[in-house]
Design a protein around this ligand. Structure first.
Ligand code: FPP
Ligand code: MG
Length: 280
């Protein structure tokens, strides 16, 4: 329990922060604003070691940072935020660590449905992206429940990549495209129609259509915390023309200033990126 005085000081600081952010965001909105930012949330275990937080402590701190960053992104008017929450390769980590992240995810995903969360406030539609069969069953059930519960939210979208890698996404999309083509050809044969008229080749658009990330435009900015500049098999297909921004801060240390820097960098390079997109 906090005393009335402490509560009102906290509210006052919160309001001051909000007004300051609004002022900075309105200055930023004079220039072009991104529509979609993707984050590789790296550096959680290093943060845990640095602050002696024990198993899972860094990832817990990382979730708190995620909630703040989502709030800043949606305040800034972004429509899409994508996060790399757990790679398929991360399942090869120590079982105790995998279990600890899965437990955290289950707890936090269930918490996202509570009123007064960021999801409720900004009308966020949540989509989980990846091979959800690989998730521990309670996490998968929580994820499916959240997707159903937020399916009608249409102001903003949060894409949570779990049990995801780009290679898996591409293989999955190719398989889906082949099945679709095969079904179409079989239907023509069954109806005794001329299947020669159907193009038998798989095209780029067929694969792109079946990518998990087809539900969102390509990210304008990809942020990887902790100074790492690798993409680690994340959104390889979608980031050809994205600005890469790699601040030294560990993920739980990421905050408002990093979002502002990412957007300023994007604005500085905007004309150049637009020119690149038009070149063949
Ligand atoms: C990478 O840091 C981060 C992860 C493997 C998991 C991050 C997950 C969360 C912050 C929770 C997300 C929860 C929901 C509900 C979306 P790392 O472990 O590689 O840290 P290191 O680079 O210091 O080793
Ligand atoms: Mg890491």
């Amino acid at each position: 329990m906090e005393s009335g005085d402490t509560g009102s000081v906290r509210n006052w600081i919160g309001s001051l922060g909000y007004v300051t952010r609004r002022m900075i965001f309105s200055i930023l909105s004079v220039g072009p604003l991104p529509n979609h930012i993707a984050f590789i949330m790296d550096g959680n275990r290093r943060y845990s070691k640095k602050h002696n937080l024990g198993e899972g402590g860094g990832h817990r701190a990382g979730f708190i940072a995620l909630m703040s960053l989502m709030k800043y992104c949606y305040e800034l008017g972004l429509k899409y935020v994508t996060i790399f929450a757990f790679s398929i390769d991360n399942f090869r980590r120590r079982p105790a660590e995998v279990q600890s992240v899965m437990d955290l995810m289950q707890e936090k995903i269930e918490g996202l449905l509570k009123e007064a969360s960021v999801v409720d406030h900004y009308g966020v539609r949540i989509r989980f992206v990846g091979d959800l069969k690989l998730l521990h069953p309670p996490v998968r059930e929580a994820a499916e429940k959240v997707m159903r519960a937020t399916a009608n939210n249409n102001r903003t979208v949060l894409l949570i990549c779990v049990a995801y890698t780009s290679s898996y996404e591409i293989v999955h999309a190719v398989e889906e495209a082949c099945h679709e083509k095969f079904d179409k050809l079989r239907e023509l044969v069954d109806r005794n129609e001329d299947e020669e008229k159907e193009d038998k080749m798989i095209k780029l658009v067929d694969i792109e259509k079946h990518a998990y990330m087809a539900v969102a435009p390509d990210p304008d900015i990809l942020v990887r915390s902790s100074g790492e500049t690798r993409l680690s098999n994340f959104l390889l297909w979608q980031t050809t023309n994205s600005l890469l921004y790699s601040p030294m801060a560990l993920w739980p240390e990421m905050g408002f200033t990093h979002i502002v820097w990412a957007v300023l960098n994007y604005q500085r390079r905007y004309a150049y990126f637009e020119k690149l997109k038009k070149q063949i």
